[in-house]
Every structure is written in C-alpha cells, then in structure tokens.
Design a protein. Sequence first.
Length: 124
Amino acid sequence: MGYRSEVILVVGKEVMPQFMVTMAKCREARALCWDGADDRVMNYAEEGSILFRWVDVKWYDSYEEVRAIEDFMDWCEGENVEVDGDTHAAMDFFRFVRVGEEIEDVEQRGMGFWDVGVQRVISY
C-alpha cells in the first residue's frame, strides 16, 4: 500500500513560466498535476495562479513526477524573478505543504500564499 500524504502546491503567476518548463520536460509531472490532482483551483488567490491538491498520494522523491516538482521548488528557492521592474526571490511566489501519515511528518516550502498551511487542533 505505501506511505500516503496530503499535498498542496500553489504556483503564482510570477513563477508560472518555470513551472510550465517543468511540465513540458516531464510527462509524468503533467499527468500528476493535470489528471491526477484531486483538486485544481485556477486563479487561486490571484489571477494566473494555480492550486493543486492531492489526497492520499505517494509523494516519494524517487518518483520522476515528484522529483520534477521538487526540482521546480529547488529552482524557486535559489532564483530571483523580475516583477514590475523589481527583483524578488522566486520563493515568494509558491507554497508547498505536505502532511504525512505520522503526526510529526510535515513539510512546508515557499514563502507565498500563507493562507495555505497546517492547523493543529485537539479533537475530542
């Protein structure tokens, strides 16, 4: 069966060109995003952004499609983009949150879209 996660990725219009390069280079990543996402919200929070959500997904970086998306996020964390004549860190324009099956298994990347995150509550 394998270890499963819930994953959300939001890509802003500012880094969308690089995201589309990633999609063009990896057929499996295209399938994961466009056919395999449980939810896809176009124009999430702003015109030109996209939110992808996967529930109960095997998010292993040994999978080609996951590695391609991880490479995109690595690019965002190391590059700058030009926005309205100003230079900004590309990491400001994406958000990634993964919650695994284990209580402590939470991964968050990117500095944009802070409305996407993990809430911790006590249930009774």
